[in-house]
Design a protein around this ligand. Sequence first.
Ligand code: G4P
Length: 526
Amino acid sequence: MKFKEEIDKRRTFGIISHPDAGKTTLTEKLLLFGGAIQVAGAVKSNKIKKTATSDFMEIEKQRGISVATSVMGFEYRNLKVNILDTPGHKDFAEDTYRTLTAVDSVIVVIDVAKGVEEQTEKLVNVCKMRKTPIIVFINKLDREGKDAFDLLDEIELKLGLTVCPMSWPIGMGYDFQGVYSMYEKKLVLFKPHGKQAEEGVVEFNNLYDPALEKYVGERAAKKLREETTMVEEVYPSFDREYYVNSEISPVFFGSAINNFGVRELLDCFVEIAPSPMPRVTEERPIDPNEEQFSGFVFKIHANMDPKHRDRIAFLRVCSGKFERNRNYLHVRQNRKMKFANPTSFMASKKEVIEDAYPGDVVGLYDSGNFKIGDTLTEGEMLHFKGIPSFSPEQFRYVNNADPMKQKQLSKGLDQLMDEGVAQLFTKESSQRKIIGTVGPLQFDVIQYRLEHEYGASVTYEPLSLHKACWITCNDTAALKEFLQRRMQDMARDKDGKWVYLATSAWGLKTVQENHPKVVFHFTSEF
Ligand code: G4P
C-alpha cells in the first residue's frame, strides 16, 4: 500500500468523560465491533476503578497491566482505528491531558442524567485549546435523564461547543424506543441488551411518512416530527469542514451498555473523523505526508518490577515512516538511537513491529533516555509544541528522610518527573523542593515508587497553595520589581522557568492587578 494511503486510513482518537459516564463501556463496544476483543469485560478488568479510591497499591497493580490497553488498535472497514486510552481517575488527569496531545480527534461521553460534569469540562477545555475535533455521545438513554434540548443547551453553555445533532432520541428511560439518525435518514429501534437486530434499522427518508406511527406509535411520532423540525431550525446542519476545524460538534444519542447507537457512532466516526493531522513544532509545521520521519513521546510507563528499571516510552508518529533498527536522532540529547524491539498495540497483545505510520503509536523500550515531549527525527532539530505541563493543584514540601540516599533520591525524583508523574519546583528563597500534582494520590505513588524502585525515602510537609503559575514579562524593569516584591512566593520549575506560587485565588487576583505587565500562565507552554 502506498504511503499516503496508509496515512489516510488511520483514525487516532481518545474517548474522554467524567468517571462513570460510560467511557469504558463504549470503548469495549467499539473494540467488539472492530473484532479487537471477543468478549465484553476485557477492558473493564484493566480499568482503574475511580470510586474515590485511595487504595493506590491497587492502582499500582492496575498500572502494571494497563500498558496493554494504552493503545487499542483495530481494523474496521479497511481503516485502522487507534483508540488511545485515557485514565478515568481524576488524580491522573495530567496523563489524560498529555494523551490528548497525541490524538487527532476525541469522543466525549456524557451521561444523559448527569449532564456535563466537572471532569468533562476540564478535558474538553484541553481539547479546545488544541482545536481537536470533538464528537459528543450522550449515553444511558435507557435511563431517565435530562430533556435532549436542555442537555444540548447545557453542552453549549458549559463546554462552549456548537452542537450539531446527528441523531435524535425517541423517548427516554422506560419509554425509550430508539433514535432517528438524521445523518443516515434511518430509524434505529431499541431492543434492550441485544445486538441491534437488522430489522431494527429502517430506512426513513421522510418522517412525515405515515408508516412512522407503525413503528413508534402516534404520540412519539408526533413528538419526533416536531422535535426534529425544531432541531433543523435551531442547530447548524452537519458540515465536515466545520467539524474538522473544531467549529461544530456532532452529537449522537445511545446506550453503550445495550450496544445501542454504537455502530451508528462508529460508522459515522470513521467516515468523518480526520486522518492524521499536521502538527506544530517550534521550528515549522509538520505535515504527516512528509517523507522524513518525526514523532514525539507523550507518555512514559515505568516497569512495575524494581529489578527491571526499563520503561516504555509511547511515541506518536507525526510524519514519515518509522522503521525498526534505523538510526534516529534523539533531539534533546542530540544523539542517534535505534530501536530493536518497537512494539505496537494491535488488539490486546503487544507485538514487535517493523514499521509504523503517522497516527500510529509505537512503544519504545527505554532505560531512562526519554522524557515527555522528547522528539525523534531523521536528523532535523525539531521540537514539537503542545505538550504543556498544567498548573498543579496540590502541593507538598518534600524532605529527604535518609541523608545517605541523596543521590538515589535525586535520580528517582528526576526520573519520576520525566515520566510526568508530578512536577517539581524549587523555592527560590530557601531552595526547598516542592512537589505539585493534580491529585493527592500521586504523593503516595511517588513515595512508594521512590522507596521501591530507587531505595530512597521521603517525608512530606503540608503546603497550602492555590496554584503555581508560570510568569513572563516583556518589561525588564517591571519583572525586576515583581521579583523583588514577591520573591518569597517565587520558585523555579525543572527547566529553570519562573513560577509564582499563589496562596489563594483572591491573592492571585490582587497580585495580577498590582502587576499588570506580568503575564500569568496556567500551562507551561506559552
Ligand atoms: P467510565 O469508564 O466512564 O467510568 O464508565 P463505565 O463504562 O465503567 O460505566 C459506568 C457505569 O455505567 C457502569 O455501571 C456501566 O455498566 C454503566 N453504563 C454504561 N453505559 C450504560 C448505559 O448505556 N446504560 C446504563 N443504564 N448504564 C450504563 P457499574 O454498575 O458502575 O459497573 P458494572 O457493575 O456494570 O460493571
